[in-house]
Ligand binder design. Structure first.
Ligand code: COI
Length: 373
């Protein structure tokens, strides 16, 4: 018996799904999703159901007051028949911290992994097998009670959707420094994976794209002097052969890829330094060649080189190297994530098994279609 309910139509949704060649990032929804509801201090049993529209009242706090936090992690299935995850407990812990920052009831660890195992396990035939591709899992928690009083909902929903994806970034990033808007201030919600942070970043992202750049780089709210992050990615600078990244000061999302690169970088022999990085100093170091390389990292983007850093006056600063250290780190990290290399840190973990009588997968004949067990 599954610990969760299985809605009608699950086997048919699996049966009717075919994995397209072009995936993009988030464009192709996996055929199943998972949902549970919270009220009066308890979570209901979860439900595995076909992917589709959700019901929500127009006045729900999630819609009116952005009472929504989310996570992003990947299930990998490269050269193997059963998927694995990468440091998923870190995602659960961050999800919990994000919920707590917005005074929302955290999703329990058991429910979080039940949702992942149910969706990733049932959809395993649709997880791309090519290196760099994966099933991106997007758990989110949102207030569904309606009403305009400025207080938390009394009812919440946890939903997990998934998408077979390619890497988020296509080619090197062209970064535009944002000197007008700010993303997050100390004491705010910058360190939480709150949907509102991403909404706050959109105007600068659009302005950057309109100027021919890929993404905006944020500066601190108080002095506009220190670099923070790139909306959905953290930033690293290679300075005199060392890896430098802004320290976590409560405004920056504590990226799991960021943390993994600090550990892996040290393991590969780099000195790694978390510190406040003043933008003016960094630009001087790029010009002098002391900062030889810049790169971005995140679950979606993995490790992505930065080809240019443009100031608001459109002056472009071009690091002398592109994707030298970044590619070394990317290869090493991806090989661990995809279980093509040893995992010296114990970072990967199998997706949990499906319940014994999970007839929805066999009814869809998936393993026969895919020829894997
Ligand atoms: C992730 O890397 O998982 C993110 O949440 C970034 C998002 C902009 C796709």
């Amino acid at each position: 018996m599954a610990a969760y309910d299985v809605a009608p139509g699950v086997a048919a949704a699996l049966q009717n799904f075919t994995l397209p060649e072009r995936l993009g990032f988030g464009l192709v929804p996996a055929p199943l999703m998972f949902t549970a509801e919270w009220s009066d201090g308890v979570w209901t049993r979860g439900t595995l159901q076909p992917f589709g529209p959700i019901e929500i009242l127009p006045g729900a706090r999630a819609l009116q007051y952005a009472e929504l936090v989310f996570e992003g992690l990947k299930a990998y299935c490269v050269g193997r028949s059963w998927p694995n995850l990468f440091r998923p407990r870190e995602n659960w812990q961050r999800f919990k911290r994000s919920a707590e920052r917005l005074s929302m009831p955290p999703v329990t660890e058991g429910l979080f992994f039940e949702a992942i195992d149910a969706v990733a396990g049932s959809c395993r035939a649709f997880i791309p097998r090519e290196s760099g591709r994966a099933l991106y899992l997007r758990p989110f928690l949102y207030g569904v009670e309606d009403g305009y009083l400025l207080r938390n909902s009394n009812r919440f929903r946890f939903t997990l959707i998934a998408n077979p994806v390619e890497s988020y970034a296509v080619g090197p990033m062209r970064v535009a420094l944002e000197r007008v808007d700010v993303r997050a201030a100390v004491g705010g919600v910058g360190a939480a994976k709150a949907a509102a942070n991403y909404a706050a970043s959109l105007r600068a992202s659009n302005a950057a794209v309109a100027r021919g750049y890929t993404v905006a780089l944020w500066l601190d709210a108080r002095e506009q002097r220190f670099i923070q992050e790139l909306s959905g990615m953290n930033l690293f600078a290679v300075i005199d052969g060392e890896l430098h990244t802004p320290e976590l000061d409560g405004t920056i999302l504590p990226g799991i890829t960021r943390d993994s690169l600090l550990i892996l970088g040290r393991y590969l022999g780099y000195r790694v330094i978390e510190r406040p990085i003043a933008i003016d100093d960094l630009l001087v170091q790029v010009a002098a060649g002391e900062c030889s390389e810049l790169f971005a990292c995140g679950t979606a983007a993995i490790v992505c080189p930065i080809s240019v850093l443009a100031d608001s006056n459109s002056r472009e600063h071009v690091p002398k190297e592109l994707d030298v250290v970044a590619s070394r780190l990317r290869e090493a990290l991806l090989a661990i994530q995809e279980r093509r290399a040893n995992d010296p840190f114990g970072w990967t973990r199998d997706v949990g098994p499906l319940p014994q009588n999970c007839d929805w997968v066999s009814a869809a004949n998936l393993d026969l279609r895919r020829g894997v067990g």
